[in-house]
Design a binder for this molecule. Structure first.
Ligand SMILES: [Zn+2]
Ligand SMILES: [Zn+2]
Length: 346
């Protein structure tokens, strides 16, 4: 079988390996589709994501759908031939975060395709892999594998929406219109938001945001001098989701939400910090909250996609074979043409 390994910056090798045998409780999966995420791109272009540096060859990939190719003893949740979404997080279940029901804050998290622990947890940019049955969520045969592979990014957005509290009837601002920004549009719509504005500095992602249900798309870099972002939004938002990771965008959110508003930080800000007018938090009673990966909403994301209660198709920008992984990652980086690029077997 084929597998991708990143050995270091700009050093991705596609090799072969034997197909593994499932042990007790394990499921052998054949890749359906695997999305290329920002973190996968960071491993490829820089050999690291923030402080997580590649110390041994790493197979990236944490957003995948698959088909069950075999099952080990004692597996009851899935059967061969079934389609599944793979939940890439494996919390320990015993630490204070897990016991509190906030598994995404697990102190001993093993997240697929991540160099956060050593030995690294190998990801899903490969033809076959083993997974505990607990991480396999089965769906009907009619669910397209490319859409199903969007379960993980949708789970990220559902979790962020949950962090904001009730969104019913709320006006929402989202800064950053990439894949997660567009998943955010779908998530807040699902949660009952009344009006959604979204910003970016590139046209293509904004056009996709409109297709998935944004009411107002704003080229933040082209906002006329003297025009306030809240005016461009058609009124002060109650809640802002900062998805871009740009310090200027977080500052804009803090200035734009209404007094007593909520800001959820979803994007990764610079590791060495930023300057911000922190006094706004006190003087305008803002709630600034973090959102990291996702908690127990993965199955909700799978169900929303499987029943097409959200339509992720506008976000899909095509697929490449595993043997073309490097070209696919290059393509995924070009925001003027690509949103979610996926890898498929072969
Ligand atoms: Zn991701
Ligand atoms: Zn834990």
């Amino acid at each position: 079988m084929l597998e991708c390994k990143v050995h270091g910056a700009l050093d991705l090798r596609v090799g072969t390996a034997p197909v593994p045998e499932p042990g007790p409780g394990e499921v052998l999966l054949r890749l359906g589709a695997a999305g290329i995420c920002g973190s996968d791109m960071h491993y490829y272009f820089h050999g690291c994501v923030g402080a997580f540096r590649i110390r041994e060859p790493l197979t990236p990939g944490h957003e995948a759908s698959a088909v069950v190719a075999g099952v080990g003893a004692g597996v009851t949740r899935v059967r061969p031939g079934q389609r599944v979404a793979v939940n890439p997080s494996r919390p320990c279940g015993a630490c204070p975060g897990c016991r509190e029901g906030r598994e995404n804050l697990c102190a001993n998290m093993r997240f697929l395709g991540s160099a956060s622990v050593f030995p690294h947890v190998q990801g899903m940019f490969r033809e076959y892999f083993l997974m505990p049955q607990s991480q396999c969520v089965p769906v009907a045969d009619s669910v397209p594998l490319d859409e199903l592979a969007m379960s993980e990014p949708l789970a990220v957005a559902l979790h962020s929406a949950t962090r904001a509290g009730s969104l019913l009837g709320r006006r929402v601002l989202i800064t950053g219109s990439g894949t997660i920004g567009c998943m955010m549009v779908l998530a807040v719509r699902l949660a009952g938001a009344a009006h959604v504005s979204i910003t970016d500095v590139v046209d293509h992602p904004l056009s996709v945001a409109r297709q998935v249900g944004a009411d107002q798309t704003i080229r933040i870099d082209q906002l006329l001098q003297g025009t306030r972002l809240s005016d461009a939004c058609g009124g002060e938002p109650d809640v802002a989701f900062e998805v871009s990771g740009a310090p200027t965008a977080l500052s804009a959110c803090m200035e734009t939400v209404r007094r007593g508003g909520v800001i959820v930080q979803v994007g990764t800000l610079p590791v060495d910090g930023m300057h911000m007018l922190a006094n706004q938090i006190m003087a305008r009673e803002l709630d600034l909250r973090g959102s990291f990966r996702f908690g127990n909403v993965f199955e909700q994301a799978v169900n929303a996609i499987a029943g097409r209660r959200v339509d992720v198709r506008p976000v899909l920008s095509g697929s490449y074979r595993l043997t073309q992984a490097a070209a696919a990652i290059e393509r995924a980086r070009d925001k003027t043409v690509s949103m979610k690029v996926q890898l498929v077997p072969g």
